[in-house]
Design a protein around this ligand. Sequence first.
Ligand SMILES: *Cc1c(COP(=O)(O)O)cnc(C)c1O
Length: 375
Amino acid sequence: MINFNVPPYVEKAMDYIQECVKNQKICGDGAYTKKCSQWIEERTGTTKCLLTTSCTHATELAALLSDIQPGDEVIMPAYTFVSTADAFVLRGAVPVFVDIRPDTMNIDEKLIEAAVTEKTRAIVPVHYAGVACEMDTIMDIAGRHGLVVIEDAAQGIMASYKGKALGTFGNFGCFSFHETKNYSMGEGGALLIRDEKDVEEAEIIREKGTNRSKYYRGQIDKYTWINYGSSYLPSDMNAAYLYAQLEIADEINQARLALWNRYRENLLPLAEAGRIDLPVVPEGCVHNAHMFYIKARDIEERTAFINHMKQNEILSVFHYIPLHTAPAGQKFGRFHGEDRYTTRESERLARLPMYYGLKPEQVDEICEVVKRFFV
Ligand SMILES: *Cc1c(COP(=O)(O)O)cnc(C)c1O
């Protein structure tokens, strides 16, 4: 059986975790948390990175920092993970879903401005499969309407748009280090902060509303409760596991890209024959091979395809059920404009196995099974 995802195995992780245990330093904001956030700051060029317990929590933190209030509207695609909306719904805000582009499955930047109302406070672009949204257009709209931009870059680490790292365009960017992502700490994430002015408040909200971060740095001699907050710090053991991967991030990225390119080359004839569609990476976008997907004709063909793969011991899976069709999406949000592509394209999409450690020969084997279905 070829699994759909296997978390990366990096030998050094064991040494680093052991070090935490031996030194009896396992709580948050320890040595490995620092190493990870520094690495992210250096690689992305963001002003500040704070490690969090998940991308969901990073997005919640961004919503708190953006002072999102009940009744505020937040523009996002419906083709995304529930957390993109949850973080704002928790603040009483209304997710306003906008249709996606069929080529990248990202929010259609040309439809955003028409969805802006008096109540709109933020735009949340989701960089699907590590392929960037059209950030120039999105930042221009946000600038003209005074909106906050919070990038859901859960899948976007190591990817860029016009030479700039994903997660660094908006006021806030959110990474995920969940087990299913390119780099993992089991459960975890990071908040990227663009503007210096937001850093202190972010540190306070992340540390239960206290200025403990300043205390740890020796800037004050006791810490105190000064704002609302929560606890968004991961254990240093999880950070140790992640750091072992970050150290070889380029190697992991290159290996994934090689697999992705191999899939594409193998399956290009099927696409040229009009049997399937392949992912599109627009000019100016450098992706990170987070995902390789194909698109069948419709949901019936996709279901048959996934079953065919399963019969051949290969796990292929579909992805998001559009949020506006889910019970909570109908209760809390609304779709602006026409759903031309969100439902149709989501029903055609099937993801193929993709992980660090998958062998090139396995990709060839998978592609042979794919071809047998579509010929
Ligand atoms: C994985 C993912 C999340 C959630 O990440 P967690 O770290 O599990 O909270 C949010 N948005 C998108 C687009 C994701 O892919």
